[in-house]
Ligand binder design. Structure first.
Ligand SMILES: C[S@@+](CC[C@H](N)C(=O)[O-])C[C@H]1O[C@@H](n2cnc3c(N)ncnc32)[C@H](O)[C@@H]1O
Length: 242
């Protein structure tokens, strides 16, 4: 089982520390997009967390199941209104099987990068394919690796700088490793939390999809159908099971 980086201390503060991602202007377009793809079928969220997307999607009438490694994150979901409607399996979303077939599986907020090896990311696509009905869709929201903006020889990139939070990404190009360091004030010191990721290219994801029996269907730079261009810093990609 992979290491759980979302234990109790993190889970308790998750919604507050990601408050901008819970803004209805952020969540609304995600839910519109996913509800339309789910249609009359059920949806599976990999890394369901505290239910940021699963809960409003379920309010739209979509039956949502989740998989998550962190009991603490799921405990937060359970405490929220409607939390009892989301069936959650505790386990690694690269390998955990749940009952049923789905018209939609989705993995948002860069969470594919939480799988820190190519093998694990490939296994995740295979696991999704095993849960999708033919024609069912897999959606990933993830950043485009920021290597292009790193000066030669530089491995660190500041992605947030404020009095309450400093965020630094540390790139390790040999294995497509990325460690995100989060520094937050704690009394007269800074508390540091470092999380390992594996960054992954859009074309590499297309190949993983193909290996798992899925084909590319759409790629946007946001949830409102914004075009994906060479300047895009993130993408929302959809593959469908052949
Ligand atoms: C950034 S949070 C996203 C939560 C939620 N999807 C959201 O958008 O707010 C990542 C979640 O993925 C879970 N996670 C990370 N790696 C995982 C793995 N290999 N298997 C299952 N869950 C995992 C974490 O426990 C956490 O709840």
């Amino acid at each position: 089982m992979p290491e759980d980086h979302f234990g109790e201390g993190v889970a308790e503060r998750y919604d507050e520390s990601s408050a901008d991602m819970f803004d209805p202007d952020v969540v609304g377009p995600v839910v519109d997009f996913l509800a339309q793809l789910a249609g009359d079928g059920a949806a599976l969220e990999l890394g369901v967390g505290t239910g940021r997307i699963a809960l409003p999607l379920s309010e739209r009438g979509v039956r949502v199941h989740g998989i998550d490694l962190s009991e603490a994150m799921v405990a937060q979901l359970r405490e929220k209104p409607g939390g009892e409607r989301i069936e959650v399996a505790i386990g690694d979303f690269a390998t955990t099987l749940v009952d049923g077939t789905f018209s939609l599986a989705y993995l948002v907020f860069n969470t594919i990068n939480n799988l820190t090896s190519q093998d694990a990311q490939v296994a995740c696509f295979e696991n999704v394919a095993a849960h999708l009905q033919p024609g069912g869709c897999f959606v990933i929201e993830v950043g485009v690796p920021g290597l292009r903006t790193l000066p030669p020889g530089e491995r660190h990139q500041v992605f947030s700088f404020g009095a309450d939070h400093i965020g630094i990404d540390e790139y390790g190009p040999v294995n497509q490793g990325l460690v995100s360091h989060h520094l937050r004030p704690a009394g007269d010191q800074w508390r540091v939390r470092s999380i390992p990721f594996r960054y992954v290219w859009p074309a590499e994801l297309d190949l993983m999809a193909r290996l798992a029996g899925m084909r590319p269907r759409e790629r946007w730079s946001g949830w409102k159908g914004e075009p994906f261009t060479s300047e895009s810093t993130k993408h929302v990609s959809v593959w469908e099971k052949v």
